[in-house]
Ligand binder design. Sequence first.
Ligand code: P6P
Length: 335
Amino acid sequence: NNSALGYSVGVTLDRFIKSKQDDFPFASGELSQILRDIALASKIVNREINRAGLSNISGAFGNTNVQGEEQQKLDVVANIRFCRALTKGGEVCAIVSEEDDEVIDLQNSSGKYVVAMDPLDGSSNIDVNISIGTIFSIYRRVTPVGSPIQPEDIMQPGSKQVAAGYVLYGSSTMLVYTTGKGVNGFTYEQSLGEFFLSHPNVTAPENGSIYSINEGLKSQVSDGVNNYIEACKERNYSARYIGSLVADFHRNLLKGGIYIYPSTAKAPHGKLRLLYEANSLAFIAEQAGASATDGKNRILDIKPTSLHQRTPLYIGSKAMVEESQEFLKETEISQ
Ligand code: P6P
């Protein structure tokens, strides 16, 4: 570190990726390049987000994405930016995006990697200036490089991820990712256009006193969920729900807490997507010593059966996730 300055200037993302690549003896640098491609796209999206309020770009786009939600223009912009960066990089053969009904086959005969992403989650928050995020997972394809993409290349359980991360466009813009050797957070310095290591080796508190759930769902969720939330209230825990998954997850990861999007009467599989929301954050959570389940099963063990399938999500401090499962089990037995 620059001791002459009396403080250590965080290493840049580029230097960090390079130094960590040496941890992987057979690394050919392709995964490193994908991480750089994602970082570059996030800088461009960050700039568009900061400008959104100023131009008519933040208005609704008029058509809807596969989720049936009003598609914000920034969703489209972010999707284009990330797809373009990943295509130009040359290491990726297929992309799964929340914004596209079907798998995007890049027709790249040398691409070894598959990326699943939510280019801009929580985009309904853009118009009211609430933090939003990008979420991504990276897999190695399982069929031979150069052969046509097969479903088994795409429908991999989260345990097969080689990397995962998110970008949080918040009061500052952060990139947080793991390649299976811990979690590291980088903060973007706008004036330099660089991400600097600001949160080395992120470790989630084993327990916490923050719970994140949409309490408006109370009448639609199981007694087990409501009993757990009541217990949190009796202990004077803090309710913190931003309505933006990446922002809620990130705060709980650093401070301790649990985020729950449960099965509801209207949506028995919950609202969140397995491939590019739950899996990515579950990999990060476990690498930081936290947990992620669907209320019963480890998220990373779930074998996907469809591209945009949803899953209930209980994610955050290990002790809180485990305790919430106990409440679910209790009511299951009594039902
Ligand atoms: P609800 C945003 O649309 C999102 O996908 C997550 O970012 C967020 O946590 C959740 O949905 C909010 O859903 O039903 O509470 O509005």
